[in-house]
Ligand binder design. Sequence first.
Ligand code: CA
Length: 488
Amino acid sequence: MTLAQTLEQFLRRGGTYTGGLSESITAYRQIGSDAMISMVSRGRKGMCAMSEFVWKRPIYGVVAGAALMTACAASPQTPVPDVSPVGPVGGGSVSAVAPFASSGNASMDSWREDFAARAVAGGRDAAIVHATLAEIKPLDLYLGDDVDIAKTDVASQAEFAKPIWDYVASAVTSDRKTRGAARLSELTATFDRIEAAYGVDREAITAIWAMETNLGSYIGSFDAANTLSNMAVEGRRQSFAESELLALMKMQENGDVSREQLTSGWAGAMGQTQFMPSTFLTYAVDFDNDGKKDLWNSAPDALASAANYLRASGYQKDMPWGIEVLASNDFDWSLADGEDRRLSTWKSYGLSPMAGGPFEAPETAYAELWLPTGATGPKYLLFKNFNVFKTYNRSDSYAFSVGLLTDGVAGKHGPVAIWPTELELLTRRDIMVLQDNLNRLGFDAGAVDGIAGRGTKGALRRFQKANAIIPADGYPTTIALEQVLSAD
Ligand SMILES: [Ca+2]
């Protein structure tokens, strides 16, 4: 189950993020440990603006909010078509939208009056604008009372990041592999057509399907228009939410969907492969030829649409996403620096496939060396398809899990190397201290945010290299923190 799904199940059982500490603790218990890894793995660059919203919450809310961050990146994000209002079209009147009944929230009501007028001025159909926005209601998730309470000192909270091996264990389950393999064989004819049409490997599509909605078994029960309206009123992602609402209106104008069927996850991602409305407009296809682009009920439509999106993101058929590698004990781990090098170069440095035999990729292919837990855990060469997975969700842990599921549904299981579960993990406060001191020493770790993303790991790696510390793997352990603290 993905974080968004866990969160949504919690909400459906009557939970709330905003009703006070005890309920927030409930949220923490149910989703907290799943959530933190995304904060650690994603880094500043990949965090969506929603994170600013959750960072203001008390610590348990912050932990719960981390799931929001995950899910706000949990759907295709690029490219976003231009669906902004472009000014009056055809002399249409901005007062053409029928009056709305109050939503019960004054801010929501005034935003809706204004936005509906702008939507119609931009050329949207007044009746569809009205139908889209008529039933919106404030959700605690976005507009609850405690959004601005507790100017939280996140740093003071001794929360541990969830290690990547726990994330992988919950995402890459034997159940998902088994059911994914079964669905692959049931849908052989469909996948034959999809591969021929889009050039995307069926195992990768199935892995995305498994990660997003458990193979279509969990597609979300929010109303997309309502959740996006709440996001707009909350304000921090207003222009994004409004663009998506306009796309939602265009979907209806195009006759692709009816107002009633627009269910989504809590952040507005829809259907079995979790498309945002703008992504739907650009990439959704009617692959079963019934006249409807039905990503909710038609697996062929949803899977072909995902393949269409992955192709546009640069997917390379019959190429690996990643290959687990072996290296000698004296290997220079500082080469795990995010740089792409040719496979022939990596071979000349002594890397070989963990599974034995030759690398199943061309010598000229580019890959980066990735050490999810530093020098003592599994190590991977990551190829372009890994970054294509990240266009669905920018988290390394997410893309890694998609990759492992891609292999898993084909009967290949990894990683082979043992996770270093004995390593002492840093608290979020520790990571902030680490970042602050790396910055002080002139190794740019970026913002001091308690999240050990690629920027922080890169700074630590450069510090280790400059101080002849071996291994220079950039992995933030308690030992590494002590070394940084004792440096002048
Ligand atoms: Ca269809």
